[in-house]
Design a binder for this molecule. Structure first.
Ligand code: AMP
Ligand code: ZN
Length: 482
């Protein structure tokens, strides 16, 4: 099968590069997954919508995709530092549950959220299933690259070629800022050295701990991604993704371990890609702020999860994106417009997308996606297809389905009804609203405008806005009672 050329932005070189697979016809992608000690906020989910759009694009371009999104179900300290509490154990203690239960629970929530965002199922290996392999890896690099402290086994970053090249920490003089983020551990040779193994302090118990040559303890966070990517995809593999914060510490550390283990100056992956942040008025959305937005909050406010996917697709993944409720509302309206046109098409038989009249829109789409996933332009190409006049609907349907598949918008299945805003705390049901509106129609036909107004007002008191003559064909809108 022939493949389409694609350009991707490589954070390692800070430039656009042609995607050239290591194994002909295949694309192997590793995405840093969540630490499952809490809910993922919608900012985290942007990272997975991006990774999924990348995977879909590679498949559309003709590659056989192997994609891994790992689950960090062990440890991970409360900062990128090597000191401080263990997030998983801390969450377990405050919930009065075992660390294992906490991890399983939040992994399930995460996977449900992925499904709601139409992120395709991929492999989700758990770190706790790879601890033996991590110990073996650490043993292999210990002599040349590591040193022991009471608190564990540390990686000496001065032993590898150009440590931090990905972060550009040195050349972009972010040194102080960067090192300032790393809490010091007594005895570290370099401020940026990091733990490969965290030995449980004497007199303390961890729920999640394993025997190792460096005492009972738990693996450091960075080692798990090096090990799981090597085990599941082989080194080197094609593309490694994560949020832009990982470009600074986590990924440079993974690279250092890969260099040590693979006895190579190379990073372990050909292309490193990073999505920018979802921000709100207070700045980067983060868990430490406490009150963060999760997908369920959006659903409770009545938004279909794919409205959030649409919001993400409207921006380039390398740009910051601000979350506002108005922005989410606008994304939902745009999705509704697409669904309105698509709903009609899916009733028609499919055809051949190769219709001369669709060439400009299809070329625009292909060029945009191959240009480092320019989804915002690709969306306008999809709109062009749906707006095309005087061409047979089979061709339109085929082109629409192809584009919808790449963008993950499910236009072949979504209905306008699915997208109706329906807040969890609504004080009425759709059936009641529809019944009231039927009655309103009858009384209006009988010119009983007083009763008609009364029905409208009683609906309004329940948060229902009646929208006569709405161009999108919505007769009513239900809002959360504020
Ligand atoms: P974590 O569970 O903290 O490791 O985060 C999971 C993923 O979400 C990582 O790839 C992070 O880089 C990414 N991430 C964290 N915060 C944001 C944000 N506000 N916007 C976009 N991505 C984020
Ligand atoms: Zn990782």
């Amino acid at each position: 099968m022939t493949t389409r050329p694609i350009k991707l932005f490589n954070s390692l070189t800070r430039s656009l590069e042609d995607f050239e697979p290591i194994h002909p016809g295949e694309a192997r992608v590793y995405t840093c997954g969540p630490t499952v000690y809490n809910y993922q906020h919608v900012g985290n989910m942007r990272a997975y919508v991006f990774a999924d759009t990348l995977g879909r694009t590679l498949e559309w371009a003709g590659y056989k995709l192997s994609h891994v999104i790992n689950i960090t179900d062990v440890g991970h300290l409360t900062s990128d530092a090597d000191a401080g509490d263990d997030k998983m154990e801390k969450a377990a203690a405050s919930a009065g549950k075992s660390a294992w239960d906490i991890a399983r629970h939040y992994q399930q929530v995460f996977e449900d959220d992925l499904a709601r965002l139409n992120v395709r199922p991929v492999q989700h290996p758990r770190a706790t299933d790879y601890v033996e392999a991590m110990i073996d890896w650490a043993k292999g690099i210990e002599d040349k690259h590591c040193y022991r402290l009471d608190s564990g086994l540390y990686f000496d970053i001065s032993t590898v070629h150009e440590y931090g090249r990905l972060a550009r920490a040195v050349t972009e003089s972010k040194d102080d800022e960067r090192e300032g983020r790393i809490e010091s551990v007594d005895g570290k040779r370099n401020a940026a050295d990091f733990a490969i193994w965290r030995t449980t302090p004497a007199g303390e118990d961890r729920q999640m701990e394993w025997d190792s040559p460096w005492g009972k303890g738990a693996p450091g966070w960075h080692i798990e991604c090096s090990v799981m990517s090597a085990e599941l995809l082989g080194h080197p593999f094609d593309i490694h993704t994560g949020g832009i914060d990982h470009r600074e510490i986590h990924h440079p550390n993974e690279i250092a371990q890969n260099q040590a283990h693979n006895c190579s100056e190379k990073s372990g992956a050909n292309i490193w890609m990073h999505n920018n942040f979802l921000v709100d008025r207070r700045g980067k959305m983060s868990k430490s702020s406490g009150d963060f937005l999760i997908l369920q909050t959006l659903v409770d406010r009545g938004f279909h999860p794919l409205a959030y996917r649409m919001l993400c697709l409207q921006a380039h993944y390398r740009s910051e994106l601000e979350f506002t409720w108005e922005g989410l509302g606008a994304a939902l309206t745009r999705l509704k417009r697409l669904v309105m046109s698509a709903e009609k098409l899916v009733q028609e038989p499919g055809g051949d997308a190769n219709h001369p009249k669709l060439v400009p829109a299809r070329t625009k789409f292909a060029t945009a996606m191959a240009d480092d996933l320019n989804t915002s332009v690709a969306l306008t190409a999809l709109e062009d297809v749906l707006a095309a006049k005087k061409i047979d609907s089979g061709a339109k349907r085929a082109a629409m389905e192809e584009m919808s598949l790449v963008l993950g918008l499910q236009l072949d299945a979504l209905t306008r009804k699915d997208l109706r805003i329906h807040p969890a705390d609504a004080q009425t049901t759709e059936a009641e609203i529809e019944a009231d509106l039927v009655r309103r129609k009858e009384v209006r036909a009988a010119k009983d405008f007083a009763t008609s107004d009364a029905i409208r007002e009683s609906l309004s008191a329940k948060g229902v806005e009646v929208m006569d003559g709405d161009p999108l064909g919505w007769d009513w809108k239900l809002e959360s009672p504020q």
